[in-house]
Each structure stands twice: as C-alpha cells, then as structure tokens.
Design a protein. Sequence first.
Length: 255
Amino acid sequence: MDYYKQIFKRKSFHIFKDTDTLTGDEIQELKDFIKTVKPLNAEIKTEICIVPEKETTCKRGGEFCILFYSETKDEYLRNIGYIGEQIDLYLASQDIGALWFGIGKPKDMQLNGLDYVIMISIAKMPEDKFRKDMFKSKRKPLSEIWNGNTLGIAEIVRFTPSACNTQPWIVENTDNELMIYREIDEYKLYYIRKRIDSEPIIVNITKEDYWITIVISLKKIPVYRCLMDIILVLRSHIPMVKQKQSQTERPPLLI
C-alpha cells in the first residue's frame, strides 16, 4: 500500500456525520490488512479486535471501534502506536474515517491476558470529507520542531497527527543522528492529562517515528527496523536515527 500518499489525505474525524455503512467485505478486508501490519517490537504480544462503537464509551458517531490490547512491558505504547498508525493510513486509503480516542473504554479491559491500551473509532465517509490540502492544516512552523538539515523530509513529517494537535516533539539533526525529543511544557502536560489520561502521548511520538519511516523510505534510503530506541539505520544518508528522551531535569511526559 502507498502509505506516503495517504499522509496527504488522512484527517482526524472528531465527530462523525453523514456517514455511510461499512460493508461486510470492507470489515473483512480491514481484518486481513491488520494481519499484515508490522510491529515495532515483535516480542511484545498484542491483539486487535473490532467491535461496534456502542460497545464502548466512545460516542462520536462512529460505526465500529478498533481496540488495541498489549502486554504491559517496556516500549508497549510505542509499539501500539507504530501498529496503529499503519492501520490509520490504511483506513484513509479506503475512505474510512478514523479518530484515536484516548479516553474511551471498552467492555473488556483485558483480552486473552493482554491489557487494553487505546481505541480508534471508525466510520465510512464520503471521499470529499477527507483532507484536500494538508498544507492548510494548523501545525507548528518547522523552526519550532526541527533543528538542523531537514533532509527534505521535515516539511512532510511536521504534519504528523498528535493528540489535541499539541505536537509535543522536537527533532534535531546532528549530521550523524536524528534525535527525537519529547517537548516538556507544564501547561500542555496538564491539559493532556485532563483530556486523554496521558497514555497517547507516547503513541503520538510513535506516529512521528512512523511518518519519518514512510518519508525516508520514499526517498530510497535503506531503512531497518530494530527493537528498542534505535528506529532507523540509514546507511547512505545518516548513520543512525533513534528516539531519545531529552536530558533535562524536568519530569518526562510518560507518567
């Protein structure tokens, strides 16, 4: 699937209106796609299921919710975010609207011994409801989220979606590394805690990881996936890309 193309189309539907009905074939195709999704860490057990939205606390007008369950261990939030963003972009390709709903709860908080993490509410939408010009979207200017050579990818990566559109990251190109930091802003941290109970913060950082992966892949730079902090190895362009928390005395966003 052409993930890169879907970056320009996808949008977050905060309320679903004028929806169509998903067919049985579309649901089956979604389930088949989910089976092909690549995890960030294959050693973390996960399960994904699709239930009617009415079986959750999400009341945004969606028809179904995709529920994500995982082992609770190191990197599990990033792993779920990495998986979920692939699904998000697939949904856009099928004219299925999506909403990451961090405060929602399903009926079952565990599935086969795995803990519930987050859900995506979905509904079939008319094609004209999706984004027509991504560059009109409200995002921080590049100067606030990227330091150093942009490598021709930052202009697209800055449109990575984030909870409440906070964009809590800064990317620094040191010429031999891309360092992705989580921005610490006490006001924003409080706001996110109140709105989404903090968990999707790491999911959003992972969306940044995944979008960087897509954009770099498009530019024919070799990409390799590793398990923990090292996200990308770029043999011919920059030796290493990894996520690393900023060394600061302020508390980290992960609670």
